[in-house]
Design a protein around this ligand. Structure first.
Ligand SMILES: Nc1ncnc2c1ncn2[C@@H]1O[C@H](COP(=O)(O)OP(=O)(O)OP(=O)(O)O)[C@@H](O)[C@H]1O
Ligand SMILES: [Mg+2]
Length: 418
């Protein structure tokens, strides 16, 4: 009997992560069979700058996971992120089609599709998702699920997530160049949210924040639906560069120093606590740097300064939607840089909101707990792939949904609307 194998791939600036999983008959959830987690190449701020290097990194990551899983891998579900992603709003209005005025799933689909006509055409932009935030039936606003209601005019307020078409073409080329087919793709924070947020948090109001190597991406949920999202071009790699410049050392040394001794809380780092850079040098140069030292406090000050830039930009994003200090479920942080000690305390102080680290709950028993926050995006992509219906739960229109027949569309929409 053919096994139901699902593979998720997240091509990040720092790491390329692959998870191979299986849906077993009669079992709930997905069984992880293998993980590939290798350093990335050919990307800058989430954007591919070298096709050959990126293809080779994808090949290695998938191979690592495939070998551990001991199953063939032919196709993957992809997370899409990067500083080229943009977010905007649009509105679509349609007349309700049935004579008795009852709104059908098809009317909802038409209203969302109508919103697409107001998006300025740009040959280098591709729509990733059209996510309805809210509907208005005649003069009644704030409606989450209009299906079955009566009215004459249906208006959809839609969150539009677009990315660069060239980026997407390059990414698909790399994945295909690695000998894999692409099943579908999803904006990474949308998938990540699926793995780490619960319904209650999304209802109350929450920000999912993924601080990776080249970018920090976020998505804000309220009343169960995404209301805002974005990608900030600052991540852990810039922190490493700052450390390298500050301590006049190589980037690879700075990275090891950051990971072993870094923190975001300078006041908690003793001033006299010194780090000997030679301990972090490998091979040539180790002897010449024998005397070089830096203080833990200085290191924490450098890290804190760059993170403050990220939180300032996020505060501006919250201001755009009038939610500064106003998200009751706070901020949930994931991504490799979320492992920096003291990040939660710092984020609480800077954003004046409750903050916690995100954990991909469903997969925790199958994972090394320490790794969990950095695998959130690929695991979210896996969950999305394994359970397409969740997408509908958010009412978003993905790449595949417009291709559904009207019956399938109705089922999809019903199951998904909050
Ligand atoms: N233990 C750790 N402490 C501090 N930082 C860490 C730790 N482990 C990883 N990082 C940092 O996390 C970053 C990589 O995170 P991640 O793998 O989530 O990035 P990515 O997904 O490849 O990048 P992006 O999403 O921005 O394209 C690197 O900058 C790395 O230095
Ligand atoms: Mg990432």
């Amino acid at each position: 009997m053919a096994r139901n194998i699902i593979v998720a791939l997240d091509v990040g600036t720092s790491t390329v992560q692959t998870v191979v999983a299986e849906r077993r008959k009669g079992e709930d959830g997905l069984q992880i069979l293998g993980i590939g987690n290798i350093p990335s190449a050919g990307l800058r701020r989430g954007v591919i700058v070298d096709l050959e290097d990126a293809t080779s990194a994808i090949k290695q990551s998938v191979e690592e996971a495939r070998r551990a899983a001991a199953v063939p891998v032919r196709s993957v579900w992809l997370a899409v992120g990067g500083s080229h992603v943009s977010v905007s709003s649009s509105r679509g209005v349609v007349a309700v089609s049935r004579a008795d005025g009852e709104i059908s799933p098809e009317d909802v689909r038409r209203a969302i599709a109508a919103a697409e006509t107001f998006i300025p055409k740009n040959p280098n932009r591709e729509i990733l998702h059209m996510i309805p935030r809210d509907f208005r039936v005649d003069h009644e606003a704030g409606i989450k699920d209009p299906v079955g209601m009566h009215g004459v005019r249906l208006e959809a307020d839609v969150l539009v997530i677009e990315c660069s078409s060239s980026f997407l073409k390059n990414l698909l080329k790399c994945v295909e160049g690695a000998g894999l087919q692409v099943e579908d793709y999803i904006f990474s924070p949308l998938a990540t949210a699926e793995a780490v947020l619960d319904k209650r948090q999304k209802e109350l109001g929450v920000m999912l924040l993924d601080i990776g190597g080249g970018t920090a991406s976020f998505m804000v949920f309220e009343e169960g639906a995404p209301v805002h999202a974005g990608v900030v071009p600052i991540g852990g790699n810039l922190i490493t560069n700052d450390v390298a410049i500050g301590f006049r050392t190589r980037v690879d040394v700075a990275e090891r120093v950051k990971i072993s001794c870094g923190s975001c809380l300078p006041h908690e780092a003793p001033k006299r606590d010194t780090i000997h850079l030679a301990e972090f040098l490998e091979g040539e140069g180790a002897s010449s740097a024998r005397e070089e030292t830096c203080s833990r406090r200085e290191l924490a000050e450098i890290i804190e300064a760059r993170l403050r830039d990220i939180f300032e930009l996020l505060q501006k994003e919250l201001k755009k939607i009038d939610r500064v200090e106003l998200l009751p479920a706070g901020v949930v942080i994931v991504g490799g840089s979320s492992l920096l000690p003291g990040l939660v305390e710092m984020a609480k102080r800077e954003l004046k909101l409750p903050v916690e680290l995100g954990r991909p709950h469903e997969f925790l028993e199958q994972l090394n707990e320490d790794m969990a926050p950095s695998l959130a995006s690929v695991l979210g992509t896996l969950k999305w792939a394994g359970q397409r219906s969740f997408v509908a739960g958010y009412g978003w229109v993905g790449r595949t949904s417009p291709r559904l027949g009207s019956k399938a569309w109705a089922k999809w929409l019903k199951s998904l609307l909050p």
